[in-house]
Design a binder for this molecule. Structure first.
Ligand code: HEC
Ligand code: HEC
Length: 315
């Protein structure tokens, strides 16, 4: 009897949530002009800042820092699963023209900023659309213009499986987006905040509970991720506390990344018993030094949070 009740309750919950309207408008009827400026800006954001080319290409987890594998650029297939702390099994889709050719510009903009794809399916927020919703219209248009120029790669990606309750609440997360504004570089903190948001640093560096970032712990680290190659890793505290990056100089911070902007950094095999890191170091290493510096300036301006993190608990 109890079982039946629970069953009925579950079924009604499921059917209600199936009916929950997705609060996102139809895709805009827009045609994005491809200009040389947009292609340059779009290339920079997709390949060096916003993580698109990192998540939407396959990564080689047998190499330290898991650089992306040549020939998979934008073709998707990278898996995010429970072992890694994802509530489900979700594959990054193909975003090369082989897949997006049949999408309108408005549909791509809506997917990137509102989290609803061409078929009207709500995307799980592992695709950081809530971040991209805060970017400027010009930056998003530049990203779309650039995506259209990627080499098309045919690659069919497996369907996702979302765990309960994400399979239900996924419909409630997409929101109609209003674009943000790109601050002037002279407004250093605001500009750094914009770049930090675009680069998705907070997504990994804030601990999560029940699929939600823990309030008051932004950038304090301690988000645990399992590595498919074995072991777990906790993200670092990157707030300006002693347990974070208080002792780091701006030059040291920039160098920590830029030192990896060499081909050799993408060729270090994972040693036996070494735990890999999901932090896309070699991807961010190609960001402009001044933008890494802006991210540092912003991180120095946020509240210092006391949180000692052991990055590799098994080592
Ligand atoms: C942290 C990894 C990650 C990053 C960074 C990321 N994506 Fe995604 N993206 C995903 C995943 C995973 C999905 C599929 C989500 C789902 O099906 O629930 C997705 C879905 C999409 C879709 C919908 C495709 C479809 O067929 O439904 C588009 C378009 C897209 N991403 C473009 C982008 C662009 C452009 C960027 C950079 C501005 C980007 N993504 C950055 C992981 C990522
Ligand atoms: C996919 C998840 C992920 C993303 C995205 C990410 N990080 Fe990390 N980061 C980690 C993990 C895990 C570690 C700890 C392991 C390591 O050092 O690589 C780490 C370590 C670091 C460290 C080293 C701190 C120390 O004490 O050694 C810094 C600095 C850092 N991240 C900054 C950033 C910044 C800035 C961004 C955005 C541009 C960012 N991270 C985005 C996962 C991530």
């Amino acid at each position: 009897m109890r079982f039946l009740l629970v069953l009925v309750l579950m079924l009604s919950l499921i059917s209600c949530s199936m009916l929950l309207p997705i609060k996102v408008d139809k895709a805009g009827d827009i045609k994005i002009k491809s200009t040389p400026e947009r292609l340059v800006r779009g290339e920079y954001l997709v390949e060096h800042v916003a993580g698109c080319a990192d998540c939407h290409s396959q990564r080689d987890w047998s190499i330290f820092m898991a650089p992306s594998i040549a020939g998979t650029h934008g073709a998707g297939g990278e898996v995010f699963n429970e072992a890694m702390g994802t509530p489900g099994t979700i594959y990054a889709p193909n975003i090369t023209p082989a897949a997006l050719d049949s999408w309108t510009d408005g549909e791509i903009v809506r997917a990137i900023t509102c989290g609803v794809n061409k078929e009207g399916v709500p995307l799980s927020p592992i695709m950081p659309y809530p971040n991209y919703a805060r970017m400027s219209q010009e930056d998003i248009y530049s990203i779309v213009a650039y995506l259209r120029t990627l080499a098309p790669i045919a690659n069919e990606v497996p369907k996702r499986k979302l765990n309960f309750p994400l399979n239900l609440i996924v419909r409630t997360i997409p929101k109609q987006a209003e674009f943000g504004t790109l601050p002037y570089k002279t407004d250093a903190i605001a500009y750094g905040k914009y770049m930090t948001n675009a680069a998705g640093c907070t997504d990994c560096h804030t601990p999560m509970e029940k699929g939600q970032p823990v309030a008051g712990m932004e950038f304090a680290g301690g988000f645990t991720m399992g590595m498919l190659s074995g072991g777990t890793v906790n993200s670092a505290n990157i707030t300006p506390h002693e347990t974070g990056i208080k002792s780091w100089t701006k030059e040291g911070f920039i160098q920590r990344f830029k030192a990896l902007d060499i081909p050799a950094a993408r060729e270090v095999p994972l040693a036996a018993n070494q735990v890999n890191t999901p932090m896309p170091w070699t991807y961010y290493a190609t960001m402009r030094a001044e933008d890494l510096g802006a991210i540092y300036d912003y991180l120095r301006s946020i509240p210092a949070i006391n949180n000692t993190v052991i990055k590799y608990p098994e080592l």
